[in-house]
Design a protein around this ligand. Structure first.
Ligand code: NAD
Length: 489
């Protein structure tokens, strides 16, 4: 049996470049705050443009002169698989780090590590299975295509699922042979740094992976505008997404953006309500509602509105927020800004007279300085209100009613977002018809998984962004196409 794994207590974390943890160029560090405690327990490097530049040069060298650029696809796949196994072997250590850094319950942190390992396992197996085509052309010619890496890729990731986001964006990029530079969110850098160390131990050559923590306006901006990166992948807020896409446009490179959502559940009167209500409540408070694909709007056919509201309110009133080791329904939110932002939504809804159907509670004995928010469910929510239209990114659910199928589709498509949706109906024809009328990158029927499986292409339509992660689709976005036209002589 492995020795018990524990989370380190107080320490300093640098920048990870060239398979080494180094001090940042500025010598400056940022506090690492535990959201459940509201106090700092470690420090992390305040990386800047000099660190980013070192990381880009190391990546370029790895591709053009180092072992990484010469490695066969099956060997890259083997390294990814080895890293997946290392993550599984260190799952408890990683979960403890993630839970302290983000506040999430241990069961959630453990599930996140299972998913993180799966990304490397899936893309490890896929690395040597991406094929090109031959294309009929003029007589005397042979034409083939091959997928090749972009080169040095930037990955700006958010704080809600730092380990999973690292796996989601980096694993397919590495599988295709890119050299990856990750800028984790200032509120959650610890698991990305530890994962990069594990990658080095698994045998990834120098320069294949770098992690440069730091403020968005320093390290993030320097990475997204660096003249020698070839592609950028971003997950986070629409505002920063605009900055990233502008930087990519000025650099004439491609980017993928995943910018969140206001994903609807559509409940028809013939739905399996018992299943639907349980799934809706539990997935809404997963990660304290800080999930881009949270199903935060419930659209209910008018005939069953009262029954659904009663069942959801009863579930919500039983939900409890606590510390990671209490392992309850949800943890705190990430920081004081996020807590204030969510409470602003709650206060404005209250002032506007939107009925609160139920509130969950905060467990006795949690630290008073922790960033806890009790879950809340509102309904009926006016169709044009901010609770119906905007992403709260907290444990807040909005319920609305609809008249018929056409009304349901209009309402579901009535926000600027288009990330995910769920249709609940036992009428298969209707469920499929409605699913295909929804403008969203992923639509479930009679189920819902916030974020879904690793195998399933995931990403936005409309203002939720563009590009696809997960599944084989991510391998396409993380590579480009070369067409070779060979004339017989
Ligand atoms: P954010 O968009 O500011 O941060 C995401 C990442 O972008 C972080 O790594 C951050 O350091 C970086 N960043 C910030 N400014 C940058 C810049 N000028 N240039 C380059 N990179 C920069 O998100 P946030 O402030 O942490 O959260 C704000 C809101 O964003 C949340 O309330 C939520 O609505 C949304 N959000 C969405 C997701 C998602 O998965 N779609 C994740 C986190 C946050």
């Amino acid at each position: 049996m492995n020795a018990p794994q524990t989370a380190p207590q107080t320490e300093r974390h640098g920048v990870f470049i060239g398979n080494r943890m180094e001090d940042p160029a500025s010598g400056a560090y940022l506090p690492v705050v535990a959201p459940a405690e509201g106090v700092a327990f470690a420090e992390v490097a305040a990386g800047n443009a000099d660190d980013v530049d070192r990381a880009v040069k190391a990546g370029r060298h790895a591709l053009e002169a180092g072992a990484w650029g010469r490695m066969a696809a099956f060997e890259r796949g083997r390294l990814l698989t080895r890293l997946g196994i290392a993550i599984a072997d260190h799952a408890e250590e990683l979960a403890l780090i993630e839970a302290r850094d983000t506040g999430k319950p241990m069961k959630q942190a453990r599930a996140d590590m299972v998913a993180t390992a799966r990304y490397f396992e899936f893309y490890g197996g896929a690395a040597d299975k991406v094929h090109g085509e031959t294309i009929p052309f003029l007589p005397g010619h042979f034409v083939s295509t091959e997928r090749v890496p972009h080169g040095v890729t930037g990955h700006v990731i958010p704080w809600n699922y730092p380990a999973q986001m690292f796996g989601r964006t980096v694993a397919p990029a590495l599988a295709m042979g890119n050299a990856c530079i990750v800028k984790p969110a200032e509120d959650a850098c610890l698991t990305p740094l530890r994962l990069a160390e594990l990658a080095a131990e698994a045998g990834f050559p120098e320069g294949a992976i770098a992690v440069v923590p730091g403020l968005g306006e320093h390290a993030g901006s320097a990475l997204s505008s660096h003249p020698d990166i070839d592609f950028i992948s971003f997950t986070g807020s629409p505002e920063v997404g605009t900055l990233i896409q502008t930087a990519a446009a000025k650099n004439h490179i491609g980017c993928t953006l995943e910018l969140g959502g206001k994903s609807p559940h559509i409940l028809f009167a013939d739905a399996d309500l018992e299943t639907a209500v349980g799934v809706i409540a539990s997935t809404m408070v997963q990660n304290a509602g800080q999930t881009c694909s949270a199903g935060s709007r419930v659209l209910v056919e008018r005939a069953i509105y009262d029954r659904v509201v009663e069942a959801l309110a009863s579930r919500f009133s039983a939900l409890t927020a606590g510390t990671p080791d209490m392992d309850l329904d949800l943890g705190p939110v990430i920081n004081a800004t996020q807590k204030n932002r969510i409470e602003g939504f709650l206060q404005r809804a209250d002032s506007a007279g939107v009925p609160v159907l139920a509130r969950g509670r905060i467990a006795d004995g949690v630290p008073a300085e922790g960033f806890f928010v009790a879950p809340a469910i509102f309904g009926p929510v006016p169709r044009d209100s901010e609770l119906a239209m905007q992403e709260v990114f907290g444990p807040v659910l909005s319920v609305l009613s609809f008249d018929d199928e056409g009304d349901a589709v209009r309402l579901a498509n009535g926000t600027s977002y288009g990330l995910m949706a769920a249709v609940w109906s036992l009428d298969g024809n209707r469920a499929l018809r409605v699913a295909r009328a929804i403008k969203a990158g992923q639509v479930y029927i009679n189920a819902f998984g916030a974020g879904g499986g690793i195998e399933l292409p995931f990403g936005g339509m409309k203002k939720s962004g563009h590009g696809r992660e997960k599944g084989f689709a991510a391998l396409h976005d993380m590579s480009t196409l070369r067409t070779v036209i060979h004339k017989h002589l």
